[in-house]
Design a protein around this ligand. Structure first.
Ligand SMILES: Nc1ncnc2c1ncn2[C@@H]1O[C@H](COP(=O)(O)OP(=O)(O)OP(=O)(O)O)[C@@H](O)[C@H]1O
Length: 321
């Protein structure tokens, strides 16, 4: 935000010829200062928008405090029964990433319409083709490997904002569609192996995986994959066992179960952040109208920043080189 300009000294004596020398009332002085400040803000308003290096607002905790988490160098898993509020929760993450012109956005949506609202902001949008999904993940894997090669050359461990190499936010909704529903077993396995590799190795290269599923079962979220996610957000689950599949074994027995969320209380979930204790939070709700408005705004910002949809990763960022 720009600073307040040097304030011009305001005359404390009116120039009113009919009452020369009358003191200006302090309230009027304050009002004029406020007007001057507002005008300055309007003129110099900084519209930098959010950054992917800043925490993302997810909702509010039980104590009424906002819940904001940094996503950079981390991954997030969202799971819960159909209609529990995952898409609404996911929209908070996508909105932040879309508005942040310092990251790229790759969206995978087997259902097409959930993330489809953000399509104009995405560098790559994969709909219901497993073939396309595998192709896109292979491209991400090779981008990740290139970035690591550069980091290795420079004897560094991870990318930083100073590098100018944009983090890539990869959003996968619905995970089970690609890993268990369409395609052959072999293709599903190829998809799962690539996702696991990105989640396991992508963080330091700035590749952030955010995956959502309405099937919190061990075939979709095996423990070995679940444990790679620094953030796990369990929306209402039907059983303690499925809540544990998302959050980790034993949390339900300790009183942290997403099965305790009443079916009618949409948007409530348990967020486990980096080895802490799961917190019960309510996701911030963006209506469809708000999502459309934000998506349009984000697309314009991306266009203005020269990173609009369709531009090749290497054209605009230089890749990792
Ligand atoms: N945080 C919230 N605040 C208010 N209402 C919410 C919230 N989250 C969800 N809802 C309501 O619940 C409905 C279902 O939410 P949402 O579409 O996010 O569920 P979902 O878990 O993604 O479902 P599915 O798995 O079927 O896609 C929303 O349309 C909205 O009306």
């Amino acid at each position: 935000m720009s600073e307040h300009p040097p304030t011009q000294p305001l005359p404390l004596i009116t120039a009113d010829e009919e009452a020369p020398g009358r003191l200006v009332r302090p309230l009027l002085v304050l009002r004029r200062w406020a007007d001057e400040y507002r005008a300055h803000r309007r003129e110099h308003r900084s519209d930098d928008g959010p950054s992917i290096w800043e925490p993302i607002h997810l909702g509010i905790a039980e104590d009424g405090r906002p819940v904001r988490v940094p996503l950079i160098y981390r991954n997030m898993l969202l799971a819960g029964e159909p209609g529990a509020g995952k898409s609404v929760g996911l929209n908070n993450v996508v909105a932040h990433a879309a508005l942040a012109t310092d990251c790229r956005l790759w969206l995978f949506d087997g259902k097409i319409v959930e993330l489809g609202l953000w399509r104009s902001c995405a560098d790559r949008f994969v709909a219901n083709s497993l073939d396309d999904a595998i192709g896109a993940l292979l491209d991400l894997q090779s981008e990740m490997d290139q970035r690591y090669a550069v980091l290795d050359d420079e004897r560094r461990r991870k990318i930083t904002p100073a590098d100018g190499v944009p983090p890539i936010v990869v959003v996968l909704d619905e995970l089970a569609y690609f890993s268990a529903t369409v395609g052959t077993k072999r293709e599903q396995e190829a998809f799962s192996v690539l996702v696991r590799d990105l989640v396991a190795r992508g963080r330091a290269a700035g590749i952030i995986v955010v995956a959502a599923t309405q099937r919190p079962s061990s075939d979709i979220i095996p423990t070995s994959l679940r444990d790679l996610f620094g953030y796990r957000w369990a929306f209402r689950c039907t059983t303690d066992a499925s809540s544990d599949i998302v959050l980790g074994h034993g949390w339900a027995a300790r009183g942290h179960s997403a099965a305790s969320v009443a079916p009618e209380t949409k948007g409530i979930g348990f967020l486990l952040a980096e080895g802490g204790v799961p917190r019960r939070i309510k996701a911030a709700h963006l209506s469809d109208e708000q999502v459309y408005a934000l998506a349009d705004r984000a697309a314009m910002r991306r266009l203005a920043a020269g990173i609009a949809h369709g531009q090749d990763l290497d054209d605009t960022t230089g890749g990792a080189a």
